[in-house]
Ligand binder design. Structure first.
Ligand SMILES: NC(=O)c1ccc[n+]([C@@H]2O[C@H](COP(=O)([O-])OP(=O)(O)OC[C@H]3O[C@@H](n4cnc5c(N)ncnc54)[C@H](O)[C@@H]3O)[C@@H](O)[C@H]2O)c1
Length: 232
């Protein structure tokens, strides 16, 4: 049976990915700061702050304690957005954003890669904001740009084991995180080729593709899933 670890799977995109994988019989472990409002039957939820070494360690302890010695698929959705201008953002605030979004991606990958078999899959999350550079999101954008660079390097290092590492870069999507940017949604939609609101389910298919056997020769890539807002 395939085993997937989905971080940030208690909410939004991660919850939608978890639901889809579980429906196809994947054994799902979700690691998140908080429990989900509506837990899915058969999914193993573990609470952990993945921005800290202790949180990552407690996740590994949980996996070992529940007999999970192999993770085939890592989908790292856990993320945090913080909106404030460059001049006004405290050091503590931007450091937390970098820790959750960038250090978390590196730390979780480093913890899970030893459990990954040949042909494993890693999907990390960036954001369309990396390509747009909007106001008041500099720490988030810096962290997500770092995730893209990290994924490229990790893809090179793990290629010998045919483990693929790719990044999904959503546009503004209707989730609790997306709510924090709701006032920008109309402008976002206007900039899309497909001019409608994005929902978590729009992101699931591309993630599933990158996890699939069909995507075995795709690695080090960033796939924008945003209705054609960022084009490259
Ligand atoms: N929703 C959007 O508009 C959007 C756009 C671009 C990129 N993204 C990215 O997609 C991913 C999923 O976002 P979402 O919209 O589903 O967000 P969300 O806020 O709905 O869910 C994020 C989850 O991550 C968890 N989390 C946060 N910090 C954590 C930590 N330190 N340790 C463990 N878990 C933690 C939260 O508890 C939450 O359950 C994120 O990486 C986000 O940056 C989202």
């Amino acid at each position: 049976m395939t085993t997937a670890l989905i971080t940030g799977g208690s909410s939004g995109i991660g919850a939608a990915v978890t639901e889809s994988l579980r429906a196809d019989g994947t054994r799902c472990v979700v690691a998140d700061l908080q429990p989900p409002q509506e837990p899915l039957d058969g999914v193993d939820y573990v609470r952990a702050d993945l921005a800290t070494a202790e949180g990552v360690e407690s996740l590994l302890d949980h996996l070992a304690g529940t007999g999970v010695s192999r993770i085939d698929h890592l989908v790292h959705c856990a993320g945090l957005v913080h909106r404030s201008s460059f001049r006004e953002t405290s050091r503590a605030a931007w450091e937390r954003v970098l820790r959750v979004n960038l250090d978390g991606a590196i730390a979780v990958s480093q913890a899970i890669v030893p459990l990954m078999p040949r042909g494993g899959r890693i999907v990390l999350f960036a954001s369309g904001t990396v390509f747009k550079g909007p106001r008041n999101l500099f720490a988030y954008v810096a962290a997500k740009a770092g995730v893209i660079g990290f994924a490229r390097c990790l893809a090179s290092e793990l290629g010998d084991d045919e483990i693929t590492v790719n990044v999904v870069s959503p546009g503004l999507t209707a989730t609790p995180m997306g709510e924090l940017l709701a006032d920008t949604e109309a402008a976002n939609i206007a900039g899309r080729a497909i001019q409608r609101r994005a929902v978590p389910d729009d992101i699931v298919g591309p993630v599933r593709f990158l996890l699939s056997e069909q995507a075995r020769f795709v690695t080090g890539q960033t796939l924008c899933v945003d209705g054609g807002s960022v084009k490259h």
